[in-house]
Design a protein. Structure first.
Length: 219
């Protein structure tokens, strides 16, 4: 994956980490790298981010901390290129990120797709706390109906239990608002790449330590 690149692996991953972990523009990352006596153009860093982020996210799912079987699930809207999109997220009762999914619509199929992804990556939860959204409720019922296991997901609707994820939405929206304000971020949205770039950014914000990025078995 890194064979044909001019820069060594550790430098590429360091630049990708800076961009995904902190609220920085590509030019900010370029300046940080120059402080470390590494001359690399911001457009090159942009290409690195879009080339390697998805693979890093895929492998980090295998490495991230195992979550418990009690989830809090919610969705919120965020602005992407001036359009409302919906970010489905779940955390366990300790606040550890379970999974995420960015969609263009808020509907049953979107919620069901999120649960299929989350269960595929983390296993089936014992109980999920949701809001009064009918689409989320229907999605869980569909998952239970299609499951061959006798173990069904319990649905709970206790408003205060979702405070842990709703409060975090404010921080996420602030970060997305800042990130999408950069011209270079807007120009990078070709081929609908925002569908996976923003959740990856959030994933790094919640889960990754710098040392994990540099470990050889991440790829």
């Amino acid at each position: 994956m890194f064979d044909r690149h001019r820069y060594p692996r550790v430098i590429i991953l360091q630049a990708v980490y800076f961009k995904l972990r902190f609220t920085l523009s590509y030019r900010d990352v370029e300046e940080l790298m120059s402080i470390r006596v590494i001359k690399v153009d911001h457009s090159t860093i942009q290409r690195w981010v879009f080339k390697f982020s998805k693979e890093v996210e895929k492998n980090m799912h295998k490495r991230k901390k195992q979550v418990c079987d009690s989830w809090r699930m919610d969705e919120t809207y965020i602005k992407v290129k001036g359009r409302d999109m919906y970010l489905y997220r779940a955390v366990d009762k300790y606040g550890n990120t379970v999974d995420f999914l960015l969609t263009r619509r808020r509907q049953k199929m979107s919620a069901q797709k999120f649960f299929n992804k989350a269960i595929g990556n983390n296993g089936k939860p014992r109980i999920v706390n949701i809001d009064k959204s009918g689409s989320n409720n229907s999605a869980i019922l569909t998952v239970n109906k299609r499951s061959l296991s006798t173990k069904k997901i319990k649905i709970r609707k206790v408003k205060y239990l979702n405070n842990i994820i709703e409060q975090d939405h404010r921080r996420i929206k602030r970060r997305i608002r800042i990130m999408t304000g950069f011209k270079e971020f807007e120009s990078a949205q070709r081929n609908k790449k925002e569908d996976w770039f923003i959740p990856i950014l959030l994933f790094f914000s919640h889960q990754i330590a710098f040392k994990s990025l540099l470990q050889k078995d991440i790829f």
